[in-house]
Design a binder for this molecule. Structure first.
Ligand code: CA
Length: 236
């Protein structure tokens, strides 16, 4: 399986390449954002490990361009220790996971395997065909969600792969409050980490892309629990 590693620190790049090669991945390593952006336009990878602080083009811009091309390859970002803002920005732009530096190789490998498992198994439709509720269609075959208006127009909500997975899991469990822990497990396939904001960030993006454009608020907050998908007005 081919992995693209983008890291400008030669020592870290070397140890990451060694660890990944030992785990039998074919690793391409790029040392700046421009080279990464170029290679991502021409090559297919199973996973991208992307440092954010890069020469020539920063990692967030590489990620933004990648998702703009609707490339859904799983991306794990490497962030500086304590850089919550970069982490949130990265998740906002469609990163699937992050690791804060410094990290151990065992943790890295566990996350790599989890990301690959997710991209292979998830987001498998448990039922065929789209879930259609009042004003919204969630289509697992296309991995897209559509906003439906009264006049019959159908508009792509342009969700990232992670946003789609979260919406789909919530919609499948329509009406049930789901904890952040359960959502983290089912969407990211990793255990919930204290202070991890992935679920909240992703819900915020979904609200921007869906709730704010629809006539109904689908994503409801359950204080002390998590989130619930509300399929229709007054459906409680
Ligand atoms: Ca760097």
């Amino acid at each position: 399986m081919r992995v693209l590693l983008v890291e400008d620190n030669p020592t870290l790049a070397k140890s990451l390449t060694d660890a990944l090669s030992q785990a039998r991945f074919a690793v391409d390593c790029m040392h700046d954002g421009e080279a990464a952006d170029h290679v991502l336009r021409t090559q297919d990878y199973a996973l991208v490990i992307l440092d954010l602080g890069l020469p020539k083009l920063d990692g967030l811009e590489v990620l933004r361009r990648l998702r703009q091309r609707r490339n859904a390859v799983p991306v794990m970002i490497l962030t500086a220790h304590g850089s919550v803002e970069d982490r949130v920005k990265g998740l906002d732009l469609g990163a699937d996971d992050y690791l804060a530096k410094p990290f151990g190789m065992r943790e890295l490998m566990a996350r790599v395997h989890a990301a690959l498992r997710r991209s292979q198994i998830a987001p498998v439709p448990l039922r065929t065909g789209p879930i259609t509720v009042h004003g919204l269609e969630v289509d697992p075959d296309q991995q897209r969600a559509f906003l439906l208006s009264d006049d019959g127009t159908r508009r792509d909500a342009r969700l990232t792969p992670t946003e789609f997975r979260l919406l789909y899991v919530l919609a499948q469990n329509s009406g049930r409050a789901m904890s952040r822990d359960e959502l983290q497990q089912r969407v990211w396939n990793v255990p919930y980490r204290p202070r991890d904001r992935s679920v909240d960030v992703c819900v915020r993006k979904l609200r921007e892309k869906i709730d704010r454009k629809a006539s109904h608020t689908y994503l409801q907050t359950h204080y002390g629990i998590g989130y619930r998908f509300d399929p229709a007005p007054h459906s409680l």
